[in-house]
Design a binder for this molecule. Structure first.
Ligand code: SAJ
Length: 443
């Protein structure tokens, strides 16, 4: 008896064949630091890729071969655009002609520390209008466990578009580390979990065409939770070491020496380092997606809340250290001039999102201190109520300042010269650990 295939089997087979043949038409929604590198990897693997973004400036720049993402060279992008392998558009109707869709849109926190799902909801509403049978959809935006099944699936599913039958839905956490030259999109292992086993299989098959390592897990919730564990682990350990730094400060113990000695333990320890606070768009944000979700389930994520509090207190701790250091030189905070070295949230990048430097600037200005800064990566920052502070370009400003604070330990700073010309240096990053001078105060 001739066994005819069911319709779902036909969709699975045809999509699998297109993916294997790399003739599947790939769509990436959201062309930021996650989406653009992903689009480039699939275009380099031979797929024809359509990037979709609401910002026309990004779309136009990409179509002109200009990269707006530091980790992607414009030369590489231009080659893919010229060959027709990669194009960008702001028109979601392109989805009607695509076989796979990766959603790489932002998931920030609201001021209330609740998840802002508006970007995911908006993308799903747009996709839903053009989604057709035989499509694989993968959400990559960091979010709380359950998002894919509880929010994305209902937004996309229709009577003739059943998940695991006519369309396929997965979650795969983004693990892009901007500025990391060693680990790039292609060689960072990719976790993927589907709503059904068929979805997982298709998601794994898709990624394995362009990325070196794929790790399949049993559900979308597991995949969502993997990312949150990774970044919550980091945030809590940074909170621990920041609390240790405050303890050691009170006990006049050098925390940096303690950590370096502890790090000689060849197993069971992983060094984290204290700092002026917790910046970035991942580590300070992702854990609160988890704690928000667990609160809905009646579970208080106390570790996360406590670590968030401790990390959030570090800018206050730094300002107190500045005040004490100035006081030791007979100067008050009020009307003193404090110059910050670095405002980016971590070294050698230009990103100031959630940067503790912004809190330090705010706190100092509230106490009547004149604040200036130097940061080769950041020409200006928006501070209180929209006012802009511009990076000082006068090299003499370090010598003028009553106190210089190393907030971001950029590699390009000349620390020897800084110490030589400063009156007083507060080092929040152990950047001048190899120098000894009565001018230096350490975190
Ligand atoms: N920080 C400390 N002490 C530490 C490490 C970091 O105070 O020991 C501070 C940094 O100065 C920064 C913040 O924490 O203000 C976040 O730093 P980060 O090194 O975690 O850098 P991010 O925010 O770029 O985190 C990303 C994450 N990548 C993804 O989410 C895909 C994170 O999972 C990576 O582990 C991290 O990069 C990395 O290792 O560089």
């Amino acid at each position: 008896m001739l066994l005819t295939k069911t319709e779902p089997e036909v969709w699975v087979e045809s999509l699998s064949e297109k993916i294997r043949a790399r003739s599947a038409r790939v769509g990436i929604v959201g062309l930021g630091y996650v989406g653009l590198p992903l689009a480039v990897e699939f275009a380099k693997a031979g797929f024809t890729v359509t990037g979709i973004d609401l910002q026309q400036s990004k779309v136009d720049g990409i179509n002109l071969g200009r990269s707006h993402v530091a980790d992607i060279r414009s030369e590489e992008l231009a080659e893919l655009v010229e060959s027709g392998k990669l194009t960008a558009t702001s028109d979601f109707s392109a989805i009607a002609h695509l076989d796979t869709i990766n959603i790489c849109v932002p998931t920030p926190l609201r001021k209330t520390k609740d998840p802002d799902m508006s970007y995911i909801v908006s993308a799903c509403n747009q996709i839903s209008q053009h989604l057709h049978p035989g499509t694989l959809v993968i959400l990559e935006s960091t979010t709380y466990p359950g998002t894919t099944d509880e929010l994305v699936l209902p937004a996309l599913q229709k009577p003739n578009l059943r998940v695991g039958e006519e369309f396929f839905l997965c979650f795969s956490p983004e693990r892009v580390d901007p500025g990391n030259a060693q680990y790039r999109t292609r060689n960072i292992p990719k976790v993927v979990g589907g709503v059904t086993p068929e979805c997982t299989r298709l998601g794994a098959l898709f990624y394995s065409q362009a990325l070196e390592t794929v790790v399949s897990v049993s559900s979308t919730q597991v995949a969502e939770m993997v990312k949150l564990l990774e970044n919550t682990f980091r945030m809590i350990n940074i909170g621990l070491v920041n609390e240790m730094a405050v303890m050691c400060d009170r006990m006049k113990i050098n925390i940096w020496e303690v950590i370096d000695a502890a790090a000689t333990k060849p197993f069971g320890f992983m060094p984290f380092y204290p700092g002026p606070g917790l910046g970035g768009h991942c580590i300070p944000v992702d854990p609160f997606y988890l704690s928000w979700k667990t609160r809905q389930a009646g579970i208080e994520a106390r570790f996360i809340e406590l670590a968030g509090y401790i990390n959030g207190q570090m800018p206050h701790f730094v300002v107190d250290k500045i005040q004490n250091a100035l006081n030791d030189h007979g100067k008050p905070l009020r009307n003193s001039h404090v110059h910050l070295m670095g405002v980016a949230y971590k070294k050698d990048i230009d990103d100031v999102r959630e940067s503790p430097a912004l809190d330090i600037i705010h706190l100092l200005r509230c106490r009547g201190t004149r604040v200036t800064y130097t940061d080769p990566f950041v020409p200006s920052v928006r501070i209180d109520d929209g006012e802009r502070l511009f990076a000082a370009d006068d090299h003499g400003i370090v010598a003028e300042a009553d106190c210089v604070v190393i907030v971001t330990d950029h590699s390009g700073f000349n620390y020897a010269k800084l110490i030589e010309t400063s009156r007083l240096v507060l080092d929040t990053r152990n950047a001048v650990k190899s120098f000894s001078s009565p001018k230096i105060v350490r975190l």
